[in-house]
Write a protein that binds this ligand. Sequence first.
Ligand code: NAG
Ligand code: NAG
Length: 525
Amino acid sequence: MPLALVAVGFVVVALLANSGALADDVNLWPMPVSVSRGSHTLYLSRDFALKTDGSKLSGESGILKDGFERMVELVRESRAIEGHVKTSGNVLAGLHVVVSSSDDALYYGVDESYKLSIPASGDPIYGHIEAASVYGALHAFQTFSQLCNLNFKTRTVELHAAPWDIHDQPRFSYRGLLIDTSRHYQPLSTIKKVIDAMAYSKLNVLHWHIVDRESFPIEIPSYPKLWNGAYSYYERYTVADAQEVVQYAGIRGINVLAEIDVPGHATSWGIGYPSLLPSAKCQEPLDVSNEFTFKVIDGILADFSKVFKFKFVHLGGDEVDTSCWVTSPHVKKWLVNHKMNESEAYKYFVLRAQSIAAKHGYEPINWEETFNNFGNELNPKTVVHNWLGGGVAPKVVAAGLRCIVSNQDKWYLDHLDTTWQEFYMNEPLTNISIPKQQKLIIGGEVCMWGETVDASNIEQTIWPRAAAAAERLWTPLEKLANDPKLVTARLARFRCLLNRRGVAAAPVSAPGRGAPLGKGSCLEQ
Ligand SMILES: *[C@@H]1O[C@H](CO)[C@@H](O)[C@H](O)[C@H]1NC(C)=O
Ligand SMILES: *[C@@H]1O[C@H](CO)[C@@H](O)[C@H](O)[C@H]1NC(C)=O
């Protein structure tokens, strides 16, 4: 019996590898659910237009129209303007977009599916996009943009291999990238460039690890001294800046997940409000014995709820060393009075922060230590964020909780020696076979911790490795290559596309954020 299973396994692997190889000459990243194509070349009309049948959504929020215009800018590469436009039967006049929902709200789990078809003939020829939501249509624009090529001879934008027929939808509803603006401040312009490239790779959650031990860059109107913990006068985000990030991401179909990492990663809070820390000498975790600690958390989450409209908030909860609670006399006394030891106080802190978050309408996400220590007492709506390694996700979903996978051995971008191949092969459903449990894995996230990245190098540390994970999270399992070699050329093409679009993505041949190894074409680096 085991032998037969092994043999079947081999056949499946061989077929999958084969289909991966066949698809590799399709210039799309991430690979859609299904793709068919022909052999005709079309030219984009100089007046390439968006047609929506007067559907009201294009007028109201402008998301569709703005997304279309951004896409046209991208494919023209600002050089295809005065090219001679053909007028014979091979001009693509525009895209006809039908979105069935008139609700433009970007909520968790919004339908991101789309169909994109480009006929090879017609008078005039229009491509067709059908999507349930405007966010599916934005994904279709991204896919379309990757089918376009500038012809340097005619100065027109060409689309090869029409007719195209593409059906697509993501495998996971949560496809995240973490940035950390505490270890190094990241300017707004840098954050926006990260968001742009997330949209190109169809990632949909920017996890903003805003504050930590090292600095507290964001304005909190309820407690205005908190951002005294910023590194410098300039390294700060106003409420308006945060709103701008949320808005910029939102019209690109990307939610922003805000985090405060309590109680362990919060020393910088004490610069403005020293009484939040156990003592001047013993500074973390936050003082569990002080009611003011929870008032401040309440104030932060109240202020967050006006800006960060995603249904989740991240409450951290990792790496809590409770020794300061035991060695600070007033905290120790409080523990005794409340009949708690320090691990019970850790649980008390996390659960109380969770209920404050719930009061402000949020569902909580917590790092996995909370689950590992008191998983059966977490709010049942908790999403457990794995990071320590493999093996936890199966336990989380067996306990009936949702999980986001970020195992640090494969999906931490600050691990510079982790290769894109390892990012690509990291499967969130490893060792989870029961469909009901698989559904509880809402997705995964790659984490760009900030110790060694600032505006000078964050992009090449994130890309192209985050894009490798993006395909893992988007593309159906059976279409993913079993051997990353089969997708190297396609990823290299995507990384060159990112470069052409102004994203400082690193060569695919270099580990981490390495430089090109020698002279040669972008495609060969
Ligand atoms: C704290 O108390 C709990 C429950 O009484 C117990 O299971 C645990 O071992 C204690 N932890 C420590 C560090 O004393
Ligand atoms: C999956 O299960 C196998 C067998 O128990 C184990 O060796 C492996 O480490 C597990 N992998 C992960 C990522 O949990």
